[in-house]
Design a binder for this molecule. Structure first.
Ligand code: CP3
Length: 342
């Protein structure tokens, strides 16, 4: 189906655009009262994510209410370890929690092998099909997965952490086990992302939220190596968002993907000088800007837009939108981008 607002896709491919496209990481849910109403009708996050009709409904909400130029499927990066045989729970106000974690070769027995990925994650794929129908060609739909390194962090640690030192410890004490797991995650992720495209996702994004806690050499060995495999296996618009991976920026620019996501600490001019015109850059307003007044939001957003020296940009925050941001403030951000003439 032809997409009427395909700015996001054209910007991804480096084609001509009339204005910069804008969307927000973590736009589905969290900030919208309309999301909370749907969320309150079920037992919790997991049931919502596993009910395709409802997942599709909250995916479309930010398109209707905020006017973003792309939708992102409502799901979580943790559905992949869940499908591999390591179920997660989402604990209210705390975040994800895994009853079982992987620390040794014998823990690997907990994981199922030769899984039917499309069958285990059919609820996401069905949500994608329904969302595509409901979007009816208005804007593109982004599918996503976590990068193997970030998924490994949760499978080893079992919950969030400031340092993920258990996982970093494993890289030194048992690198063979780390590589074995990273390869298994990579293989499942490739099948999963291809299935998302087959079910109608127009573009994909890989979230490497914990890239920044690894040293340069370690990120090459335990992060980039697997991202590269994924990117090489996938066609079409593809964003790699490696949060905090400053020293990996030159290597990221060499990946066979269309777009590199930048967090708010990254310098756009520097990233552009590394990217030339061969990559689209996505980002990178500090999410905290959205706590300011509407005029402050406009000022900061304009400053960001003025700093672009190329058309190859997708406007976004430098990380996910925080849950207590007012929807009006998000709208002020989006309006500023939409009114800006290139
Ligand atoms: O972007 C979107 O709007 C689509 C949905 C989406 C969610 N999670 C829904 C969600 C996406 C793209 C994610 C990605 C994700 N999940 C990441 C990578 C991006 C990042 O923020 O760094 C990570 C690390 C996770 C793991 C995760 N999921 C955590 C740590 C938490 C708890 C804290 C939090 O962020 O709320 C979640 C829960 C989660 N995932 C919620 C939503 C809407 C909140 C759950 C709720 O409604 O109760």
């Amino acid at each position: 189906m032809k997409i009427s607002n395909d700015l996001y896709l054209r910007a991804s491919r480096g084609e001509k655009i009339e204005r910069y496209p804008v969307w927000l990481m973590r736009q589905a849910g969290r900030i919208l009262p309309e999301y909370r109403a749907v969320r309150a009708s079920v037992s919790g996050f997991k049931e919502l994510a596993e009910t395709p009709e409802l997942a599709a409904e909250v995916t479309v909400q930010p398109v209707d209410i905020l006017g973003v130029d792309a939708a992102i499927i409502f799901s979580d990066i943790l559905v992949v370890p869940d499908a591999m045989g390591l179920p997660y729970q989402m604990i209210e106000k705390k975040g994800p929690w895994f009853e079982h974690t992987i620390h040794s070769e014998s823990d690997l027995k907990r994981l199922d092998i030769k899984i039917d990925v499309a069958e285990r994650l059919s609820y996401v794929l069905e949500a994608i099909s329904i969302t595509k129908r409901e979007l009816n060609g208005r804007v593109p739909l982004i599918g996503f997965a976590g990068a193997p390194w970030t998924i490994l962090c949760y499978m080893v640690e079992g919950s969030g952490s400031k340092t993920f030192s258990e996982t970093r410890k494993l890289l030194y004490t048992n690198p063979k086990l780390a590589h074995e797991l990273l390869q298994r995650i990579t293989d499942v992720t490739i099948i999963y992302l291809k299935a998302q495209l087959k079910h109608g996702a127009d573009a994909l994004q890989l979230f490497d939220s914990w890239a920044g806690i690894l040293g340069h050499k370690q990120y090459q060995e335990f992060g980039m190596k697997y991202i590269q495999q994924i990117v090489n296996a996938i066609e079409g618009p593809f964003t790699v968002f490696s949060k905090g991976a400053y020293s990996a920026l030159p290597a990221l620019m060499d990946l066979a993907c269309t777009t590199i996501g930048l967090d708010w600490n990254m310098n756009i001019e520097h990233a552009r000088s590394l990217a030339g015109e061969k990559k689209t850059l996505q980002g990178n307003l500090d999410p905290c800007v959205l706590y300011g007044s509407e005029s402050a939001i406009e000022k900061e957003t304009l400053q960001l837009l003025h700093s672009f020296k190329s058309q190859r940009h997708i406007v976004n925050l430098g990380h996910g939108v925080y849950p207590d941001i007012k929807p009006e403030n998000v709208k002020a951000f989006i309006k500023t981008v939409k009114n800006y003439e290139i």
